[in-house]
Structure formats: C-alpha cells, structure tokens
Design a protein around this ligand. Structure first.
Ligand code: ZN
Ligand code: ZN
Length: 406
C-alpha cells in the first residue's frame, strides 16, 4: 500500500514537471542571454516561417462589417498551402492593408475566390487590382465567383462592369505599364451547384455549396489539401448544405453576427431591422453554436462582427448556449496553422509601413513607344510650367548617368 502511494506521488511529480515545462513553452520560453536571440514569441512574423508540405496557414485579413473601422477590415481570408499555392477568399473593403502588410509578392496573390458580391466581400478588389499592378504583379488576376439568379447579378457581370468603371484608371496606366497585369479573368460557376468542384490543381480541390443570404448567388467554399478540410462560410444563414458538407472539417469558418440588442445599441438599427439582419439574413450566436456542435469541426471560427470586449462577451455567451468545442472569435490578423497534428492560433505581427516585395518573375516591359495612344492632349501638355523642368534637370542628369540611360 505504502509503495503504491509512493509510486503515485512520483507519477504526480512527473506530471507536474511536464505541465510546468509546457507552461514555460506557452509563455514564450526562457530567455537565457541578454544579447542572444529569444525563443518562441508565440506570434507569427510573416516571411519567417517555412510551411510544411502538409500544412495550411490561414490568415484573417478582414473580419469586420461593411462600415469602416480602423481596427477591423471587411471579410478576407488568405489561405497559404504547403505546396506554395495561395488563395484569397473574399477581398472585403479595407482588407488589402492587412494583406499588403504580409509583404507577399503580388504574383503569389493572383487567385481570388468570391463568396458573394456585397462590398464587404469584394470592395477592396480595386486595391488588389491597381495596387498589385503598380507594385510588381506580372500577369492577370484570376477570379472565381458565383452566377446570380439573372446574368446581371453574377460575378462575370460585376467584374466586367468593375473594369468599365475603372476605364480611366486602366487607360492611363496602360500608357506607362504593361497592360497584362491589369487584366482580370473570371471563372463563373453555378451558385446552385452542390459540392461541385470549381478548382482542382496541384493537389488542391475547392468545392462550392449554396449559401442563404440576402438574395440568390452567395456560396460557401470547401478547400481540401493534404487530407485537410477548411470551410470558408462567407455569409449565410445556417443551411443544410453547410451541415452536410462542412461536417468533420479541420477548420470551419461560419459567420456569427452581432446580437440583436447590440445591433440596436451600437449599429443604430431599429429593433425590427436588428432582428431581421441578426437572425434571418445572418446567423445568431446561438444558431452558430448549433451548427458547430452538429458538424463537430476540429476548430470552429466565428467572424463578421466588430469584435471588442462587450460584443465578444455577448456573442460568446450566445455561442456557449449551444457549443462548447474549440473556438476562435476572429479579429483581423489572427492566424491558424493547420496540420494533422495540431491547429495553432496566433496573431500576426506585421509592419504598418510595409513595402511591396519583388517575386521570382521578371516584370513585363511597358508598351513600346507609339503603340498606345497618349492619354494627355497637347492642350493639357501646353500648361506645363517650365521652371519645374529647369529645377529638376541636374537631378535627372545624375540619375540617367547612374543607370546608363540616354
Ligand atoms: Zn453579405
Ligand atoms: Zn458580409
């Protein structure tokens, strides 16, 4: 009996030591030298971590709402895969600031999947399109998105008219830049398609299921890679397709909206509007929890609300009524590393003053002189103020000498 107690005591001691070791690790490790490097910081510094072949890194680049907020952009999730592929799922208003802070060459950011055409899901396409064009993208953008109930409600129509709206932008850039990176190719697919493959290359499969949100057209995406399944819900009321096809996902993203009382108090909505928006067009915390306790993902992610202490607590209380599994209530720059072994949530630490970085491809040449019409007429050119030319002449001469220019 005495022996058993002693043995039990030793086992407890070993467990305690193991737990302590674990705690030390979680807290960031021990710093052993005042001049050496520090161990694990428990954050993600972009560009400093190699992805394993069978790993997915998912970064929330926008988790907010259509109204602007400096702390949270609108919907955007960047999936980075161990095979080198990167996919932007939605590109909501303001999200490109977070994407750009990751300092990924623009050629790696050329595949965009749109869940639907609300501005909070594609409002920053202009920034990716024109910004990437000026900052190193060497080829066209590729967009995948759903049809609508009629032709003029689909992705191809939207992108076609987007380019028409930005005609002045494109025409003036085409004179000095290669027009190739200014092109957009659209692959439109049926929004009613159920679990249909919309992308299959390089070991990656992306499927689509219909979503229920505001009008016909919205979809959710299911990404499969290296035996891992990540579901990008977009905007949707809980639906039978998500329940069936998101089941057993490794990571399942689904919206969970502001509670009706918070929509009244903080978002200026009438009680009638708040109930409609918060429980019918979007998903309430209780309904989100019911979805997750039914599909049982390894990790659930709720998003699509201005996330601060009070709203976070209100939503968490609602979710906990129906789901108690692993959960993140997303904010911008939250990142998940997903593998068979673990799903690790951290925060991105990235610079406010990011620059674009060059990729492996050679930039295409600008159009040859005389091949593109000059968008400035002689009338406007005649207004140039000559003393400015004289003031910069010496600087231009030096620059040309340095770069052997004629
Ligand atoms: Zn929406
Ligand atoms: Zn939305």
């Amino acid at each position: 009996m005495k022996k058993t107690i002693k043995f039990f005591g030793q086992v407890m001691l070993v467990i305690c030591v193991l737990l302590m070791a674990n705690n030390v690790f979680a807290a960031g490790g021990a710093v052993k030298s005042p001049t050496g490097t520090a161990p694990e910081r428990y954050v993600y510094y972009p560009g400093t971590e190699e992805l394993k072949n069978d790993e997915i890194r998912l970064i929330a680049c926008g988790t907010g709402l259509p109204a602007a907020r400096r702390d949270q952009a609108a919907t955007c999730f960047l999936a980075e895969l161990g095979n080198g592929d990167k996919f932007l799922f939605d590109i909501g208003t303001g999200s490109m600031t977070n994407v750009a802070a990751l300092m990924i060459p623009y050629d790696f950011l050329n595949k965009v999947f749109l869940t639907h055409l609300h501005t909070d899901h594609w409002g920053d396409l202009a920034t990716l399109w024109a910004g990437g064009w000026t900052a190193g993208r060497t080829g066209p953008l590729r967009i995948w998105g759903p049809t609508g109930a009629t032709k003029d409600m689909g992705t191809a129509y939207a992108v076609g008219h987007f380019l028409k709206a930005y005609n002045w932008d494109a025409t003036t850039r085409n004179f000095v830049l290669s027009p190739k990176p200014g092109e957009i190719t659209v692959k439109e697919f049926d929004y009613k398609a159920v679990n249909a493959v919309v992308y299959q290359e390089n070991g990656v499969t992306i499927r689509t299921i219909p979503a229920i949100h505001a009008g016909d057209g919205p979809v959710s995406f299911i990404l499969e890679y290296a035996g891992l399944k990540v579901v990008i819900g977009g905007d949707t009321f809980p639906n039978k397709w998500y329940i069936k096809y998101a089941a057993n996902a490794d990571l399942a993203i689904h919206e969970t909206f502001l509670t009706p009382p918070d929509l009244v108090k903080l978002y200026g909505q009438s009680p009638g509007q708040a109930l409609l928006v918060g429980t019918q067009i979007h998903t309430s915390p209780q309904a989100f929890g019911k979805v997750m306790s039914t599909i049982k993902p390894r990790h659930a992610v709720g998003y699509h609300f201005f996330n601060e202490q009070s709203t976070h607590d209100d939503i968490l209380r609602g979710v906990l009524e129906t789901y108690t599994g692993p959960l993140s209530l997303a904010v911008d720059n939250m990142v998940w590393n997903i593998s068979k072994e673990a799903i690790v949530e951290r925060m991105v630490v990235s610079p406010d003053q990011a620059w674009s970085v060059a990729g492996p491809n050679k930039p295409p040449s600008p159009p040859a002189k005389g091949t593109v019409p000059d968008p400035i007429t002689d009338f406007i050119k005649a207004g140039r103020w000559e003393p400015a030319e004289a003031a910069q002449a010496e600087m231009i001469k030096e620059f040309k000498k340095k770069y052997n220019m004629k």
